[in-house]
Design a protein around this ligand. Structure first.
Ligand code: GDP
Length: 291
């Protein structure tokens, strides 16, 4: 697991936690590690101050106590939002949105597989109808995941009609979960938001939308967040999927993205393989982060 969590602080903090006692250097090391991991000056200062106060209150000099306190502080911050996927409707419709290149198609494949391992039946709708290659890529993922797929009948077919047909098929077959892929062409932001609005209206004539998942690439950091702003403003996003956490990602992004958007992280992607997607569990994340 260690090689798959480059965002973990445990390497940077190992020396600190192995010391015999908490000293002035400890606080400097902690501050440096948090800043390096992109938690930003505000969160870093808050966490360091909180831990200093706790160490004083509990009158401890044991770095192991500090490690536990740091883990708990991170978990508490990460737990402010509910990461549970709401998929109780039948069918449960999940719209997946995001800018091209963030890992949207890959995420849908992995998500279909994730749901299949929980014995859910899944159909994927390829409503990004202008990129023939994207449809093919999605079809390959769906096949790997053992999920059904509804493709456009011709390139450029109205995305809303593909979404409509996907839900029709789910209803006819009693399929439990519908995942709709959508376009992510950033250069046509206004048009894209109108298109998403139309897809949503058409879907809602047949079934409620259970989740709108926005896919964000952790390696692009705050810049990626700025690019995704239109989705946050206009697409009714209910959850975030953070991809590429196996890359050069910094853990601070995960915390910052929830606090900045107020939207819970629901899934995290940590690799290009079909099994490299997991639910977001603050307890596990904090454990991996701090050790
Ligand atoms: P889309 O344009 O948003 O649909 O992006 P794709 O799904 O085509 O993914 C773009 C690239 O990111 C591909 O090379 C994927 O293999 C890669 N990718 C997606 N998710 C992850 C991840 O969690 N980790 C890593 N390392 N690569 C990923």
């Amino acid at each position: 697991m260690a090689d798959r969590t480059p965002w973990s602080l445990s390497g940077a903090l190992r020396g600190m936690f192995q010391k015999r006692t908490i000293d002035d250097e400890t606080w400097d090391d902690l501050e440096t590690a948090l800043l390096k991991a992109d938690f930003g000056p505000t969160v870093t200062e808050q966490v360091v101050d909180e831990l200093r106060a706790n160490v004083q209150r509990y009158n401890t000099t044991d770095p192991k106590d500090l490690q536990r306190m740091l883990r708990e502080a991170m978990e508490e911050r990460l737990s402010k939002y509910d990461p549970t996927l709401k998929l109780t409707e039948r069918p449960a419709v999940v719209l997946v949105v995001g800018v091209n290149g963030v890992g949207k198609t890959t995420t849908i494949g992995k998500f279909a597989k994730f749901l299949k391992t929980y014995q859910r039946t899944v159909v994927v709708g390829a409503a990004d109808t202008f990129r023939a290659a994207a449809v093919e890529q999605l079809a390959t993922w769906a096949e790997r995941a053992g999920a059904d797929i509804v493709r456009p009948q011709h390139e450029g077919q109205d995305p809303a009609s593909v979404a409509f047909q996907t839900i029709e098929k789910a209803k006819a077959n009693g399929t439990e979960i519908v995942i709709i892929d959508t376009a992510g062409r950033l250069q046509t932001k206004g048009g894209l938001m109108d298109e998403l609005g139309k897809i949503r209206r058409v879907i809602e004539k047949q079934a409620p939308v259970s989740e709108v998942l926005l896919v964000l690439d952790a390696t692009t950091g705050q810049n990626g967040l700025a690019q995704a702003d239109a989705f946050i403003q206009h697409a009714g996003v209910t959850g975030l999927v953070i991809t590429k956490l196996d890359g050069s990602a910094k853990a601070g992004f995960v915390l910052a993205v929830q606090e900045k958007t107020g939207i819970p992280i629901k899934l995290i992607g940590q690799g290009e393989g079909i099994n490299d997607l997991t639910g977001f569990t603050p307890h596990v994340f904090a454990q991996n982060l701090v050790g």
